[in-house]
Design a protein around this ligand. Structure first.
Ligand SMILES: *[C@@H]1O[C@H](CO)[C@@H](O)[C@H](O)[C@H]1NC(C)=O
Length: 147
């Protein structure tokens, strides 16, 4: 699996309703937190503790001119744990959310440079951030494994 995320993060109706505060002057902010697991497989008990992760990173992405966006937009790549990641935004929805929801995914920015059969294990959360304050909503947590 090269990317993971959620095809129905938030309905377009709710997102574009100005009174909800997600979209301000046609701009919005997407936040991603990525925790890359250690190379060696950890014991189960270790999984829930932060010592399981060797790298954590928080990325904030400002998206401008939302209403003018095409079907898909990639964030600038950011590095976590020696790999480049990106956030992929589908402003008009993808898969089950097509036409009705905003879809947000986390993907490897350069999957082609990974050695064959390599594994990447990462936990992540993706969210639409209120631009005006730190209150967040519509958080998606997940795990992605490649290989
Ligand atoms: C957003 O739209 C404004 C006005 O059309 C333009 O000046 C600006 O460069 C756009 N920003 C981006 C990131 O495309």
């Amino acid at each position: 699996m090269l990317d993971a995320g959620m095809d129905k993060l938030i309905s377009l109706k709710e997102f574009t309703d100005a009174s909800n505060g997600y979209l301000v002057n046609d701009d919005c902010v997407v936040g991603a937190e990525v925790f890359v697991c250690k190379e060696k497989r950890a014991a189960k008990a270790e999984f829930l503790s932060m010592s399981y992760y060797s790298f954590t990173y928080k990325h904030v992405w400002n998206v401008e001119n939302f209403s003018k966006l095409d079907a898909k937009l990639d964030s600038e790549p950011f590095t976590v744990g020696n790999k480049k990641w990106k956030i992929v935004l589908h402003p008009k929805g993808e898969s089950h959310g097509k036409g009705t929801h905003i879809s947000l995914f986390l993907a490897l920015a350069e999957p082609e440079i990974l050695p064959p059969r390599s594994k990447t294990c990462a936990e992540f959360s993706l969210r639409i951030v209120y631009p005006m304050n730190s209150k967040t909503n519509h958080c998606q947590k997940g795990t992605t494994r490649k290989g």
